[in-house]
Design a protein. Structure first.
Length: 163
């Protein structure tokens, strides 16, 4: 047996104003999408925005449902909107932010496991890393270059993909 340590590299900014302008714009689109969230059960509103290689931005927000598995996270709403409207355009980046009704979201909000795996799928489809920009309502922002850093043991069984 051996013990193996896995570390990740990411960038941390003190605020969104320190980000490069294109990342600021994408994060602002994610923050704007929060207003369309439907979260009557968790009272936790998430917005996401996806930027394509052609510059087009698609956004989405979490949509809850009384039958909990029927809801969908903001990240998947945004990425599926992009993929269904522009199926052949590379996804460059995704930004995520959140706001809660009962407390301030002061830390960057990472995607859940299902959303991470959904993002992986589009990295594999285009053979292109997706830049991930994570924030709360305000404060520090994390930027991660590719899902292999955020989900190092991702499911990517290449035998399922036809050559």
């Amino acid at each position: 047996m051996k013990n193996i340590t896995h570390t990740i590299d990411y960038q941390e900014y003190n605020s969104s104003s320190e980000l490069p302008v294109p990342d600021q714009e994408l994060l602002e689109a994610a923050r704007s999408a929060i207003s369309t969230s439907y979260a009557p059960y968790s009272h936790y509103h998430v917005g996401a925005a996806v930027k394509l290689a052609n510059g087009v931005i698609f956004s989405g927000s979490n949509q809850e449902n009384m039958a909990f598995p029927a809801g969908l996270c903001a990240e998947r709403v945004a990425i599926f909107a992009a993929a269904s409207n522009s199926p052949d355009v590379v996804i460059e980046a995704i930004a995520v932010s959140a706001k809660a009704d009962n407390f301030e979201v002061s830390e960057p909000v990472p995607p859940c496991g299902m959303c991470r795996q959904a993002i992986v799928e589009y990295e594999m489809k285009f053979n292109h890393h997706i830049r991930i920009i994570l924030s709360g309502e305000k404060g520090k922002v994390m930027v991660i270059e590719g899902m292999d850093k955020l989900l190092p043991f991702m499911f990517r069984e290449m035998g399922l993909v036809k050559p």
